[in-house]
Write a protein that binds this ligand. Structure first.
Ligand SMILES: [Cu+2]
Length: 507
């Protein structure tokens, strides 16, 4: 991508000039054209209006093949800097992040900054940001406007179901931070380099949808053949998810890159308050997470604060994040992430004193207690959207089936999608109508929406929301980030099979 990189570099320096101050951006916004005859770029203007601390956080990520040790088990996979998860990226609100990605894979890749309302041309999803060709480098450079728990992963093919993911945390220097320690826990469903490859699974799903051939990675075929709906073998229904929990069963479920029998440990003192940042980096698995012997207070989801609410467990779909606070007891406690409907767990250990951990497959009673989901959460008043009538109603009808294995938005797969159109400044009401028999974690790039609850309360601010079978769910957002943004299901296989469209700003 030599030519592309060169032209991108030119664009960037021009944009950096525009971003010197908010005032400059505002002046330019009012001009039809500048002295050089070019029209001011709305993406650059939006960038100039973000907070700017003047500080830059630099990092390098090498996307490369590796042999990852996931706890005495070796997995040939793809990773950033030879670690799974990749290295934590941390910045403060207003910082510029400059991450150079070195693509040392033999295929194109990309890094999508999931949940961050960043400038469109740095989103890491084509077409707004072209993929990085094999052997090439690209520097993602953007400012981070909102504090919170985010993450990053490829937006190219099925690479999201490999070891290519990392946590991203944006701190708010003004936040009181009512906790003593912070524990980042990334959850994942794992097959790459151990069971079937993501490609084999996907091809199996496509093939299996016509007949009941053996399909790697999807559990017991007798089950499947006997099932009225092909593909349900190996996974069971989930009451919380309103039906079938997933399409794929995995050999392992990992917390911070470790299998349950070789769990990572986090040490604090008894009585300390621990903020746990839970991130679901899985491809086809929702996790129900509980900490043995503790209740958890949910303080944030998808980076944004909620009215604090106490639960025994929380349900986290793919792409979602939950921040919870616990007051640590005295002993050794398993943080268990049960793969919803899949009869297996991931786990990590909280250690504050002496004791032996429970068996690797231990399921604490809290998992069957009161489970927090988006339905029970409200936005903190500071982040609730101001009252305003929507200017525009957009539909996103979710359709598809296991047989044939095809998933659509508004009746079309991504290849032939009819993009959703918005204009900058509009308040948008986006309604997901799930017409399929499966739940879908729907993710919008570049924006954080507010869930509209059935009783009209301002629901949580989110960028990824689980839409259950036959559910109709409306979210509202302000169109304040011009560009071309992906809207898709965060099930890697549904996305690949077409469940994606784009939200395009028109001028
Ligand atoms: Cu889906």
């Amino acid at each position: 991508m030599g030519d592309l990189a060169a032209s991108f570099g030119g664009e960037l320096s021009r944009r950096r000039f525009l971003g010197v101050s908010a005032a400059a951006g505002l002046v330019l916004a009012g001009c039809a054209s500048r002295t050089d005859g070019t029209v001011p770029d709305p993406v650059a203007i939006a960038e100039s209006r973000r907070p700017h601390s003047g500080r830059t956080v630099n990092a390098t990520l090498s996307a490369q093949r590796t042999r990852a040790d996931i706890g005495g088990v070796m997995a040939e996979t793809l990773s950033y800097n030879d670690t799974v998860p990749g290295p934590l990226l941390r910045a403060s609100v207003g910082d510029e992040v400059a991450v150079t990605v070195r693509n040392r894979l033999n295929e194109p890749t990309s890094v999508h900054w999931h949940g961050i309302a960043l400038r469109n041309d740095m989103d890491g999803a084509a077409p707004a940001t072209p993929d990085i060709d094999a052997g090439q480098d690209f520097t993602y450079r953007f400012s981070v406007p909102h504090p919170g728990t985010y993450w990053a992963h490829p937006h190219t093919g099925l690479q999201a179901d490999t070891g290519l993911y990392l946590p991203v945390i944006v701190d708010d220097p003004a936040e009181p931070g009512d906790y003593d320690a912070e524990w980042v826990v990334m959850l994942d469903d794992w097959t790459d380099g151990i069971g079937s490859s993501p490609r084999q699974i996907y091809e199996g799903l496509l093939t299996m949808s016509g007949s009941a051939h053996h399909m790697p990675g999807t559990g017991d075929m007798d089950d499947m053949a006997a099932s009225a709906v092909p593909g349900m073998g190996g996974t069971r229904g989930s009451e919380l998810l309103g039906g079938d929990a997933g399409d794929v069963t995995y050999p392992y479920y990992l917390a911070n890159g470790r299998i349950p029998g070789a769990a990572s440990t986090f040490r604090v003192k008894p009585g300390q308050r621990v903020r746990i940042r839970l991130i679901n980096a899985g491809s086809d698995t929702a996790f129900r997470v509980a900490l043995t012997g503790h209740r958890m207070t949910v303080t944030h989801t998808d980076g944004f604060p909620v009215a604090p609410a106490e639960f025994d467990a929380v349900l986290i779909g793919m792409g979602e994040r939950y921040d919870v606070v616990v007051t640590a007891g005295d002993g050794v406690f398993a943080l268990v992430a049960a793969a919803e409907g899949k009869n297996s767990v991931a786990r990590a250990l909280l250690v504050t004193g002496s004791g032996a951990p429970a068996a690797a497959d231990f399921r604490p009673a809290e998992l069957s207690g009161r489970v927090g989901t988006v339905a029970q959460l409200s936005a903190a008043s500071a982040v609730a959207l101001p009252n305003r009538t929507a200017d525009l109603a957009l539909p996103a009808d979710l359709g598809g089936s296991m047989s044939p294995y095809a998933w659509t938005i508004n009746g079309r797969p991504f290849a032939t999608t009819d993009p959703l159109a918005v204009q900058q400044g509009q308040r948008v009401a986006l309604t997901f109508s799930n017409m399929s028999m499966m739940w879908h974690p729907m993710h919008l790039h570049g924006h954080t929406f507010e869930v509209v609850t059935p009783d009209g309360r301002p629901g949580a601010r989110k960028d990824t929301v689980n839409v259950l079978p036959m559910q109709k769910l409306t979210v509202i957002f302000d169109a304040d980030n011009p560009g071309v943004w992906m809207l898709h299901c965060h099930n890697t296989y549904h996305q690949e099979a077409g469940m994606m469209t784009s939200l395009n700003y028109s001028t």
